[in-house]
Design a protein around this ligand. Structure first.
Ligand SMILES: [Mg+2]
Ligand SMILES: [Zn+2]
Length: 223
């Protein structure tokens, strides 16, 4: 009889913990000339996520800092059940990591009301010291990833060995897809559903974090 493996969850932020994408919301609202073209280049994979996000924020003057931070914090809505989900993870000794391609100035304030240790939150950083906003990349791709993710989800997932952990991913979009192919359990919504379908990857669809709790509870029972 082997000991049960502990579970670790890699949970996306934009469009997963929050209802919509905060970077897109900021760009739409402040509308710096040229941002839409950069988004198109990222979506058509002509430029990497890292370059695209860096270039988009470089269109915004650092002097807008307070407005941008305030806008993003007040605009975002947290998905139902997130607080219960954190409690559920705690109660069941599940390690919850937030793995976000978002930026520190909105990720940390939006997660501040919740009981998640800062060391379990992975996102990009920012500097407002220059003329325009500069995005910094404290969690780059390792030697196995050549996608220039910016914040590399697969690098973090690879640091948790599947021999030792049950790995669970929660996400909504193309930036979660590479990670989804590494883990044992996938919770998907929006674009990630279609991508998993295309590859025939099994997943559980979700709309709220209550759906995820229910499924984890079933998995726990069947274990
Ligand atoms: Mg997302
Ligand atoms: Zn990467």
């Amino acid at each position: 009889m082997s000991a049960r493996k502990p579970s670790v969850i890699f949970c996306d932020f934009d469009g997963t913990i929050t209802l919509s994408d905060n970077i897109v919301a900021i760009m739409k609202h402040f509308d710096p000339p040229g941002w839409q073209g950069i988004v198109d280049q990222v979506l058509s994979k002509k430029v990497s996520v890292r370059k695209g996000v860096g270039d988009m924020f470089a269109l915004l003057p650092s002097s807008l800092r307070e407005e941008i931070v305030s806008y993003s914090i007040h605009n975002a809505v947290i998905r139902d059940g997130f607080s219960d989900f954190i409690d559920y993870c705690k109660l069941n000794d599940i390690k919850l990591l937030v793995t976000s391609g978002g930026i520190d100035f909105f990720v940390y304030p939006l997660l501040a009301p919740f009981d998640i240790k800062a060391e379990n939150i992975y996102c990009n950083s920012s500097s407002f010291d220059g003329e325009t906003i500069e995005i910094l990349w404290p969690h780059p791709c390792d030697e196995h990833c050549h996608n220039e993710c910016g914040m590399c989800k697969t690098t973090i997932i690879r640091s948790y060995d599947s021999e030792q952990y049950k790995r669970i991913l929660i996400g909504d979009s193309v930036t979660d897809f590479a990670g989804a192919q590494l883990v044992e359990t996938i919770f998907a919504r929006s674009h990630l559903i279609g991508l998993c379908d295309e590859l025939g990857l099994p997943f559980t669809p979700f709309e709220t974090f209550f759906d995820i709790i229910d499924r984890l509870e079933q998995m726990n029972y069947n274990d």
